[in-house]
Design a protein around this ligand. Structure first.
Ligand code: UD1
Ligand code: UDP
Length: 362
């Protein structure tokens, strides 16, 4: 049986690394790369460093407004699916690539598998929330990382095809943890373990809102030289446009985005992590590093309920206060998975596709 995995943005690549291995043990997998991300540090480095197979199709869509980008991807993915005729399409997470892959598959009546289904921040201002809801509502197989995700789907009336598989990002971390310990990033940046904080920032609700961006960047400057900031190209562009780039670069350590192995090493050794990323919040929790989230809501509610993640929003004062003093005082009760999510997803897909084939032959 043939499966097409659709990826295009950084978090899609990280999730595909372990999943692709599991899929290739039982299916013929074809990888479709939309080209949503294209800078070396946002794209190729993941294929070079963490063993994701080369894409079979590269659609070269690149950047654009949501409608233009998603529409271009939809048209080009549809062409490939019509040629490849896969038995199932796999989409991962909540990016525009995920939405385009899902729509293309659903319109062609190809079995659609959503990996990381059921997450909700309940904030429709986030483009990712729109993508999650739409993709879940047209998927045939919904692979949920947590029980909360299963419950979220049930509240929306989605019960058929829902599986609690665990989180493929745990699998990705397991796959790369040992090798990431050989990363020399701390030496290269002259950092000592637990003497620095790590920040990431790229979500549209922060970068495209001047007031929020000023609050967060002001906090970064207050924290000063102990802060390391691998800066997403979207954020760099905004900071340059607003004339904030030079002063920020003088106050804190701003670097290019790093590969996944360097990122795990930076995360593991950080005193605290400040982020608006979904994936980084979860990685902080799993690595037992206190996390200050630069958002008002999160889809990873378990990390907050357990006391290891705090929602600081975009207020300069709150961010600085939590960055200096946030210390979890409870042990962790939640697990995101046992590192077997990819295998479980492949199991579920195999039995679903075999039973659909048997029904069709009857
Ligand atoms: C996308 C996802 C977001 C995810 C993030 C991961 C959507 C709606 N958003 O946001 O959920 O958290 O990826 O990193 O899909 N750019 C470059 N080089 C690149 C990629 C982007 O310069 O390789 C710049 C361009 O100016 C582009 C901007 O970043 O316009 C935004 O890129 P885009 O892919 O639209 O969204 P992200 O902010 O990366
Ligand atoms: N990541 C990385 N290098 C960076 C920033 C993030 O390798 O400079 C990894 C991070 O460890 C996680 C994934 O990218 O595995 C998360 O992607 P991102 O924050 O871009 O997107 P989100 O999870 O918010 O959708």
């Amino acid at each position: 049986m043939k499966v097409a995995s659709v990826v295009g943005a950084r978090p899609n690549f990280v999730k595909l690394a372990p999943l692709s291995r599991a899929l290739r043990e039982r299916f013929h997998e074809v990888i479709i790369h939309t080209g949503q991300h294209y800078d070396y540090e946002m794209d190729r480095i993941f294929f070079d460093e963490i063993g994701i197979p080369e894409p079979d199709h590269h659609l070269g869509v690149g950047s654009g407004s949501h409608g233009k980008q998603t529409g271009e991807m939809l048209a080009r993915i549809e062409d490939v699916l019509m040629k490849e005729e896969p038995d199932a399409v796999v989409v991962l997470g909540d990016t525009n690539t995920t939405l385009a892959g899902a729509l293309a598959a659903a319109k062609l009546h190809v079995t659609l598998v959503h990996v990381e289904a059921g997450l909700r921040s309940y904030d429709r201002r986030m483009p990712e929330e729109i993508n999650r809801v739409l993709v879940d509502h047209c998927s045939d197989i919904l692979c949920c990382p947590t029980k909360t995700a299963v419950d979220n789907l049930r509240r929306e009336g989605i019960v058929d095809g829902v599986y609690l598989t665990g989180d493929v990002m745990v699998d990705a971390m397991n796959l790369c943890m040992d090798i990431s310990k050989r990363s020399t990033i701390l030496e290269r940046l002259d950092l000592r373990p637990k003497e620095y904080m790590l920040a990431t920032l790229h979500r549209a609700e922060n970068t495209d809102d001047d007031e929020r961006l000023w609050g967060i960047i002001g906090a970064f400057e207050d924290i000063g030289s102990s802060l390391v900031f691998p800066c997403h190209p979207r954020t760099e562009r905004r900071l340059r446009d607003l004339g904030l780039w030079d002063s920020l670069s003088e106050s804190i350590k701003v670097i290019k985005p790093v590969g996944y192995l360097d990122m795990l090493q930076l995360e593991r050794n950080a005193l605290r992590i400040l982020t608006d990323s979904g994936g980084v919040q979860k990685e902080a929790y799993i690595l037992r590093v206190p996390c200050v989230t630069l958002r008002d809501r999160t889809e990873w509610v378990e990390t907050v309920n357990d006391g290891w993640n705090v929602l600081a929003g975009a207020s300069r004062e709150s961010i600085v206060r939590y960055a200096k003093g946030f210390a979890p005082n409870r042990s962790q009760t939640h697990i995101f998975g046992d590192g077997e999510a990819s295998r479980r997803i492949a199991d579920v897909m195999e039995s679903f596709m075999c039973s659909s084939r048997d029904t069709a032959q009857e």
